[in-house]
Write a protein that binds this ligand. Structure first.
Ligand code: GEK
Length: 246
């Protein structure tokens, strides 16, 4: 696995963060060292796929990056006649995702994965028993978030499961400061320098726009999901499940 040194070099400057080839090359290392609880979210996606994916339905991985959530779903699914649609709008991610899936899953797997180079705001969601957005909604313009969550709900089958993982902001400023500080300490333990941490923070400003857990749960309820709940929280990194009425 190549090491993430994107913000270690002197010419890293103040450029906004982008999902380009340099990021795609070091992406697994970046996620492992930067998102507390990432491995747990991928593991749970497999377990939830085993429980919630129903025969002859579609599963979506929106903002698939290198396909980790799609592979977890593919491994977990027991139901027959399903397919996974993995979507990302970064060409470097889509290209590497296709390579990885060719190597890991092969073309003859009973649950095919189709990787689409597409903006998730244009993805038609239909006949879905499971939809995953693992740390992707946070990169969408805030004005676009209600509409995509409503479309996901409307394209799901009764009893279907939506998994939404996000970096969040705590409503209590004191807690927010503490959780940000603990996250930075976690990154330092994972071998990022103070300079890399502050450069990355500046680069993500206005690119990754977090909201509170209450805002996420309110949006899911407004879209029509019958049940919502946080199943994982590690500092300000949260994963929520939302279930459509059966
Ligand atoms: C994982 N889910 O490993 N349309 C399509 N893709 C988008 C859009 C958009 N509008 N905006 C951002 N992306 C993955 C990790 S990473 C999380 C997801 C992170 C894509 C973007 O190109 C990137 O690949 C992904 O969303 C977010 O479980 O980097 O913190």
């Amino acid at each position: 696995m190549s090491k993430d040194e994107i913000y270690a070099t002197d010419d890293a400057g103040d450029r906004p963060f982008r999902f380009n080839a340099a990021v795609a090359d070091v992406f697994p290392d970046m996620l492992r060292r930067s998102i507390p609880g990432y491995a747990a979210s991928i593991e749970a996606i497999g377990s939830l796929a085993a429980r919630y994916v129903t025969p002859n339905s579609n599963c979506y991985d929106l903002g698939c990056s290198l396909g980790a959530a799609s592979l977890a779903m593919q491994t977990g699914i027991n139901a027959a006649g399903c397919r996974i649609i993995a979507v990302d709008n970064a060409p470097a991610m889509v290209e590497r995702c296709r390579d990885i899936l060719r190597q890991v899953a092969g073309p003859d797997h009973p649950v095919p994965i189709a990787v689409r180079h597409e903006d998730i705001r244009d993805t038609v969601i239909e006949n879905a028993s499971m939809v995953v957005m693992n740390y992707t909604l946070q990169f969408l313009d805030r004005n676009d978030r209600d509409a995509i969550i409503a479309r996901i709900h409307d394209g799901m089958l009764p009893g279907g499961l939506f998994l939404l993982s996000e970096k969040v902001v705590d409503e209590d400023p004191h807690m927010q400061d503490l959780l940000v500080d603990l996250h930075h300490e976690h990154k330092r333990r994972n071998d990022y320098s103070q300079l890399e941490i502050s450069r990355k923070r500046a680069a993500l400003e206005n690119v990754l726009v977090p909201e509170s857990v209450a805002v996420h749960r309110g949006r899911l309820a407004n879209a029509g999901f019958a049940h919502t709940g946080v199943w994982l929280r590690y500092f300000n990194f949260v994963s929520i499940v939302a279930i459509k009425a059966g």
